[in-house]
Design a protein around this ligand. Structure first.
Ligand code: SAH
Length: 221
């Protein structure tokens, strides 16, 4: 049973050859990997120029699918470490004939290995796991190491936009962005009233539970 399921995942991944960018993931040590550059040729992959935006932890892809349709002039790379999940996102984008979104099946910690320094206009972080225990801080996608990686790939003036339902994680991230020299603006404590907001899969569950959604934008100056 397990083998059959895996086979299915592999064939679905192969069918997404146009959506999922093939990269060499053989170097597992993060520091080592990020020193050994294997930059993606973004213009070749999208077959055009365009501002590049990245989503980290795209899940099933609902957010990036909508955002890319609102902004057909931009190029988007959505990152997700779980293969079964990224397949669903890839299939959704392929079925909608969207050509300005590509996917990377990697852990976000490897971002600087594949994305050129100072080439990204904005990074979206939607409902990343908050990892409340202090001992798991190393996994939070807004800890100092992650923010430094984002700063490496961001252009000056580029942004990190974060949404979460977790107040402690939100405050932690806010402090971390400031500590790393970003300018934090557009703080929102309850997104429910924002008509331009693109609701993600996780967000819609939290909204149904009546939870407030927090959002901020941090700028690299
Ligand atoms: N953004 C989606 C999914 C949120 S769940 C939504 O709002 O509906 C968080 C997602 O982040 C999960 O799919 C998880 O696999 C992914 N994720 C967590 N840590 C990651 C990492 N280090 N690199 C890449 N993806 C990660």
């Amino acid at each position: 049973m397990r083998i059959r399921r895996k086979k299915n995942i592999d064939s679905r991944t192969q069918a997404l050859f146009n959506e999922i960018i093939k990269v060499d993931t053989s170097i597992k040590n993060v520091t080592e990997a990020n020193k050994n550059k294997a930059y993606i040729d973004v213009e070749k992959i999208f077959q055009r120029e365009g501002a590049l935006y990245i989503e980290i932890g795209c899940g099933k892809g609902g957010f990036i699918k909508k955002l890319s349709q609102i902004h057909p002039e931009n190029n988007y790379i959505a990152i997700e470490m779980i293969q079964n999940v990224i397949i669903m996102a890839g299939e959704a984008v392929r079925n909608a004939n969207i050509s300005n979104v590509k996917f990377l099946n990697i852990g976000a910690e490897y971002l600087p290995r594949y994305i050129k320094d100072e080439s990204v206009s904005g990074i979206y972080l939607n409902f990343s796991p908050p990892f409340p225990q202090k001992s798991y801080e190393c996994r939070r996608l807004t800890n100092a190491d992650f923010v430094e990686r984002y700063l490496t790939v961001l252009k000056n003036g580029g942004f990190i936009e974060q949404k979460t339902d977790d107040r402690d994680f939100f405050e932690y991230s806010f402090e971390m962005f400031k500590k790393c020299g970003l300018k934090v603006e557009n703080l929102t404590e309850n997104l429910a009233n924002d008509s331009e907001n693109i609701i993600t899969e996780y967000e819609s569950k939290f909204l149904q539970q009546g939870l407030p959604i927090y959002k901020l934008r941090a700028i690299k100056e």
